[in-house]
Design a protein around this ligand. Sequence first.
Ligand code: NAP
Length: 548
Amino acid sequence: MPDDQTAAASFATAAGGTYDAIIIGAGIAGMYQLYRLRELGLSVRVIETGSDVGGTWYWNRYPGARFDSESYTYGFSFSEELLRDWNWQEHFAPQPETLRYLNHVADRFDLRRDIQFDSRVTAAAFDEQARRWQVTLESGERLASRFLVTAIGPLSAATLPRIPGLDSFRGQSFHTYRWPHEPVDFGGKRVAVIGTGATGVQIIQTIAPLCGQLTVFQRTPNWCTPLHNRAITEAEQVKIKAGYPAMFELLRRTPGCYIHDTDPRGTFEVTEAEREAFWEKLYSEPGFGIWMANFRDVLTDPKANALFSDFVARKIRQRVKDPATAELLIPKCHGFGTRRVPQETGYFEAYNLPHVRLVDTRATPIERVTEAGIRTSDAEYEFDMIIYATGFDAITGSFDRIEFRGTGGQTLKEHWAAGPKTFLGLMSAGFPNLLTIVGPHNASTRCNIPRCIEQNVDWVTRLLGDAQQRGITRFEATPEAEADWSRHIEELAEGMLYTQVDSWATGINSNVEGHNIRRILQYQGGAPAYRARCDAVADQGYAGMLLS
Ligand code: NAP
């Protein structure tokens, strides 16, 4: 039995490195969680690897990084004053604007005083006797807290390709996630980009006009569609501000918390002319409407999906002058929308530039990085710079890098070895008082992420507020609740075409040992259903959890 005296010493002011709550990460999730836990009067410490706030938007400084969500749908919704005062400049804000925004939030709510920067959590172990998490930093510093909240992001464990010779290259090389703070000069340089996901697409289209020569190494093409970004006019700004309440209401109802909602019609319920006109309209409109507001069956019925994929393929053929290059850029092994759709601005036209070339690494695999460049199975290429747009050990990778040790000494990595096991995507049996915002099995990784982050954080805040009021010092998901939720996650994914495709969303990463088997990592029931589930658990006195 835990010592009740020790346990009751909860909710005290922080002393000697002991807090009510430690939050790992000072991105959007960690910042908002700090704000909310302060409101409860808890002592909170945020531990952040970077030197400032922003998470994803702090690290991803590569040229061309920008939102794929409409800016005004992405910002925090919790403060009317913040909504009133902040003027987004573009419909899809570039990274510097977003980072400015997050700095503004940090200043406005004086968040930095509780954030410890340049600090990486390497391990956290639950002390059953004290009912506390003992947290160890890379520096060797040790802290403790009653509750531990992870806000470590689904795409923050960047992965370099497993290609021999990476260190031998004598030119400049960068992973897009670890982009330098200083400007990078592309003028006249021979540049290679490996990777054509959403990141690769953004950087390729942005730097293509700047480089002396650009060579893109593509393993799998993606179904990219136009972003149609532009500046927000003054009249639009007024309309956006006045429309915030109605807009947030809409975002609560759509499956991914975007302004785009599924069209209720089936692909084959309309005439060919109507279908074509509707798809032309979607292709000409900004943002993710083409993915999220398409016919209801495009992501579930293989025939509907194939027909729409043909439509997008035609667009690519129209835009890319060289037919052989166009064919390489058209995905053949997966249908539209079964992987994250990169949003582009002149991406396909970049391949019409005489100094841009595309190398198909399935036909001619990269064999090694050399001192001078890259060697494929049939050629030697010389470069001044290599850019790795090679993605992330997604969703579970950021958890795997920290040794979370729960009751009985088991680590979270061991517990999740055959795939994540969670309750609500927010906790795991055997890991008391640990809350995983934007963790696996959570709706937030298929969401306009700040909207789902706010839901996650509000739910966690409600739980910790209730714990504070009722003197609860330990909570934990039951193994039965965890098994039920994990089964529910599998059931929701049945029939979704995306489960039959390799991508980070299905846990595939050729650069991580063992990540070659697809896993169900995301909640597919949509954000409204997810929110209802979480609320029901809390309303029923945290059914599925043991509280003491
Ligand atoms: P990604 O989608 O995982 O793409 C990584 C790319 O690198 C893929 O093309 C992959 O090829 C390639 N690659 C990896 N290892 C390779 C190797 N050894 N040899 C050759 N090619 C290799 O990663 P990402 O582009 O960074 O995007 C990840 C996610 O971040 C996106 O899906 C999106 O959710 C988010 N994101 C958002 C925005 C935004 O909001 N605007 C922008 C950028 C990213 P394969 O496909 O064959 O594996």
